[in-house]
Write a protein of this length. Structure first.
Lengths: 210, 150
């Protein structure tokens, strides 16, 4: 059963390379204090993991990780970072001990649990032999859509996706209700620049460049 | 402004933003045959807007795409999605049963295709609207990224 998952030495090497890069980036994030660098590195982390998802044939997941993890959340974190200080407070070395123990314990438990997982691409694993196989068989007759991911997401499980869309909408609504809609600052900026400049106030004088 | 030292950034961003938007629509309408779909496309559209806001300032972005529009877009997206469900109900099927949209027998795909395309447009509106609303809410609290923060 192990030969199905090894796609040759090259793939294994690229796997090790990507996972090693993830490890290094995670270490760097843990050690850095500058929030700007941390935000950028978390974008790098998302991008490397997206590349790794594509390597293990989870193309849609990789795409979502690249769009949401590397693009959207980096931008939102940048916006959030501007509201706070630029560097994280240094903490005492003893305070790091607790989180380190928690991380190590979780990691050991996850590795222990992964021993029982079926091999990647194992044809007899529940994910490939059960309902997944059924969808692959009936999809073309039912839908006429080549991408099974789309037909499962939008049609077979359309109700779930409706729920997901509602969750995204609710998240946007909740953030907007908590933080305000951002129009207050717009109104203030407009008040400070009565001549309707596109540049905000502090740069005022000859701001019609750009 | 003491010399426009973001000029290269502005020129590049002006070239990139239309490409990003076209790519978002490519992802949207090729979701049936390739990876991706409306969720990713909505995020990519929001990212294009955020890039515009980062480079040209939030005020200009809010003039181009006002905050009331993004909130309305998010709500309309969910309505479009739920509306397809009611359309299927009115056509005599179950909720969100696209096969019933045009009353086709199994094996014919026009209802499925139409249903999937319409709900994906709904998802696109909901995701891009909600993401832009979140960004406006966060970024609307500070005037702009200062030069020394780049």
């Amino acid at each position: 059963m192990t030969e199905v998952m090894i796609g040759g030495t090259g793939t294994a090497l690229i796997n090790i390379l990507f996972l090693g890069m993830l490890f290094v980036v995670a270490l760097a994030i843990a050690r850095l204090r500058s929030l700007f660098a941390i935000v950028m590195l978390s974008g790098v982390y998302s991008l490397v993991s997206a590349a790794w998802y594509i390597l293990v044939d989870a193309v849609d997941v990789g795409f979502t990780e690249a769009a949401v993890g590397a693009g959207m959340s980096t931008a939102v974190l940048l916006g959030a970072m501007l509201l706070t200080a630029r560097t994280a407070k240094p903490e005492k070395p003893l305070q790091r001990l607790g989180p380190l123990v928690v991380c190590l314990a979780t990691g050991v438990m996850l590795i222990y649990g992964s021993v029982d997982l079926p091999a990647l691409g194992d044809a007899t694993s529940p994910a490939n032999a059960g309902i997944g196989l059924t969808y692959l068989k009936i999809n073309w007759y039912d839908m006429g859509v080549p991408n099974v991911v789309t037909s499962v997401l939008a049609s077979y499980r359309g109700f779930d996706t409706l729920g997901e869309t509602a969750v995204v909408f609710t998240a946007g609504l909740a953030v907007a209700l908590l933080l305000g809609f951002g129009e207050r600052s717009l109104a203030e900026t407009l008040k400070k620049t009565p001549k309707a400049e596109t540049r905000p106030a502090p740069r005022g004088k000859d701001g019609n460049a750009a | 402004m003491k010399g426009d030292h973001h000029m290269i950034l502005r020129v590049i961003a002006k070239c990139l933003i239309p490409l990003i938007l076209i790519y978002a629509f490519y992802v949207q309408f090729h979701g049936e045959v390739g990876p991706g779909g409306a969720f990713q496309a909505g995020v990519i559209i929001a990212v294009a807007l955020i890039l515009y806001a980062l480079v040209f300032g939030l005020t200009a972005t809010m003039r181009a795409v006002p905050p009331w529009f993004t909130r309305a877009l998010a709500a309309v997206g969910v309505l479009i999605y739920a509306g397809v469900g009611f359309w299927a109900l009115l056509s005599g099927g179950d909720y969100l049963e696209y096969q019933a949209l045009f009353g086709e027998p199994p094996g014919e795909h026009h209802g499925q295709h139409a249903g999937i395309i319409i709900i994906e447009i709904g998802v696109l509106c909901a995701v891009s609207g909600a993401m832009t609303t979140i960004f406006y809410a966060l970024a609307g609290r500070v005037a702009e990224i200062r030069d020394e923060d780049w």
